[in-house]
Design a protein around this ligand. Structure first.
Ligand code: FAD
Length: 449
């Protein structure tokens, strides 16, 4: 970048909002793409020219206007906890870190309006004062921002009841576009689907309004089972039944629980499969009775008073499960897949028979468009890219459809995104194609069914 341009940048945003320390620029150009050995190789050298951390909405708008005027690529960043290199700048330019735009603007009855850079845990703390709570959030809620979750995530804690991001969990958003004159648009209804999980390719989200619900008292429970079949049947029962008020229903196959180092004292039997559940206090006793019916034994309970105080069971679920496996052995990686509700036992059986301990079962029960799904985040012991795709092919062959997490291309991993609509919105909002370059797949891919 020329000295003249750098001068303009300093003038526009103030030198204090531009990161100039080389190592920090490198750090803020990365996310958790290294979960994938495939992406790790592809993205290790990608780096922004400058990282800008605007401290006001006006500064953010000004830096985007400068990028449009000078045709500089822009990649938005929340906390950089994405797993597919979503926040990695492929072609240099500016990384714009939203983390200082973190004010709650309004908490109402059933909704909250908040700036995009707010960390999700801080947001929930503020909401709880009003006796309300968030519907869904990722297991990275301590670090992750609400804007980053909406633009780069999918679901998480709460999804077993409230579904994924595109199931009414975003009510409206304000978005800055990259037109000749940068403008802010308010987006509602169906149009939100052009921004949810679109990696910031269609605009920079500045604020969002999301639904909130009356607060519950969540008890955390871990139950062990001798067979994976019992663990799956029990958790399906809890996930399915409306009589159970739940926030999290997870199953991990043995020996995954032994990877959870902080739970060493709790995980005494290495060959037991474990269900991790967040359940409303009033349902807790009944849950234990139900577990006994499926030959399950409670191995850990945290009463509601301990919820969100220190480490919680959600710290071992969703993609945190993979993180604990990686801490145990760097060769672990993972897949994302949907089992079929009626064939889940058959599919799990076939996978175990074919791959043995090379693939370990991890299921998150969730609702997607109202439908209950046993969503897999299986651990895979990595040998080579070829072998990884052999495993993916087999999952697809038996109908346990994989959303490939080993690609940075938007939509290439499935999720049934409205890619064509997102591509059209990009043309409208980002005519110079500056936003998160190279993440949008080619025209032919977008058109494919
Ligand atoms: P970032 O990673 O910074 O950004 C994500 C994407 O959004 C990028 O493409 C970025 O360019 C874009 N972006 C960021 N902010 C904006 C903005 N304001 N406007 C427009 N675009 C923007 N994901 C889940 O969905 N559920 C989980 O339970 C879950 N668990 C995880 C566990 C672990 C241990 C890890 C490492 C990851 C997990 N993830 C999960 C992935 C990730 O943590 C979440 O998706 C998270 O919400 C991303 O938030 P972030 O602030 O870190 O976003």
């Amino acid at each position: 970048m020329s000295t003249k341009l750098l001068g303009k940048l300093f003038e526009t945003v103030g030198s204090e909002n531009v990161v100039q320390v080389e190592e920090t620029v490198t750090k803020l150009s990365k996310d958790y793409y290294w979960y994938s050995p495939v992406l790790d190789k592809q993205l290790e050298n990608k780096r922004a020219d400058y990282v800008i951390i605007p401290d006001s909405h006006e500064t953010l708008k000004a830096v985007l206007q400068l990028a449009v005027d000078e045709k500089i690529p822009v990649t938005a960043r929340g906390a950089g906890t994405g797993n597919y290199g979503q926040a990695v700048p492929m072609t240099g330019g500016f990384v714009v870190d939203l983390s200082k735009l973190n004010n709650v603007l309004e908490i109402g009855d059933g909704f909250v309006t908040v700036q995009a850079g707010m960390r999700i845990r801080d947001l929930e703390k503020k909401i709880m004062v009003t006796d309300q709570e968030l519907t869904i959030y990722p297991s990275t809620f301590v670090k992750a921002t609400i804007g980053g979750f909406i633009a780069g995530g999918s679901g998480g804690i709460g999804s077993v009841t409230w579904g994924n991001l595109w199931d009414g969990n975003v009510l409206s958003a304000k978005v800055l576009t990259m037109n000749e004159m940068v403008v802010e648009r308010t987006v509602n209804g169906e149009e939100l689907l052009d921004y949810i999980h679109s990696y910031g390719t269609t605009g920079i989200i500045t604020e969002v309004t999301i639904p909130i619900k009356p607060k519950s008292n969540w008890v955390q429970e871990m139950i062990s089972f001798a067979t994976i079949k019992d663990a799956i049947d029990f958790t399906q029962n809890i996930a399915e039944g409306n009589q159970w008020k739940k926030r999290l229903v997870t199953v991990v196959e043995a020996p995954i629980p032994t990877f959870f180092r902080p739970l060493k004292k709790v995980i005494k039997e290495k060959d037991k499969h474990v269900a991790l559940i967040e359940i409303e206090e009033s349902n807790h006793n009944r849950l234990l009775e139900e577990a006994a019916r499926f030959n399950g034994t409670s191995i850990y309970t945290a009463e509601a008073a301990f919820y969100r105080k220190g480490i919680g069971i959600s710290d071992f679920t969703w993609n945190h499960t993979t993180l604990w496996a990686l801490k145990n052995d760097k060769k672990w990686t993972y897949l994302q897949n949907f089992y079929s509700l009626k064939d889940v036992h058959d599919q799990v059986g076939k996978i175990k028979e074919r791959f043995g301990d090379e693939v370990l079962v991890h299921i998150e029960w969730l609702r997607d468009k109202g439908k209950l799904i046993p969503a897999g985040l299986p651990l895979v012991y990595y040998h080579s890219k070829e072998r990884l795709y052999e495993i993916i092919d087999y999952f697809n062959e038996i109908g346990a459809t994989v959303n490939d997490p080993h690609t940075y291309l938007l939509g290439a991993g499935g999720w049934n995104l409205h890619l064509e609509s997102i591509a059209n919105k990009k043309k409208e909002n980002d005519p110079f194609e500056l936003l998160n370059q190279e993440k949008m797949p080619t025209h032919d891919f977008v058109k494919a069914p």
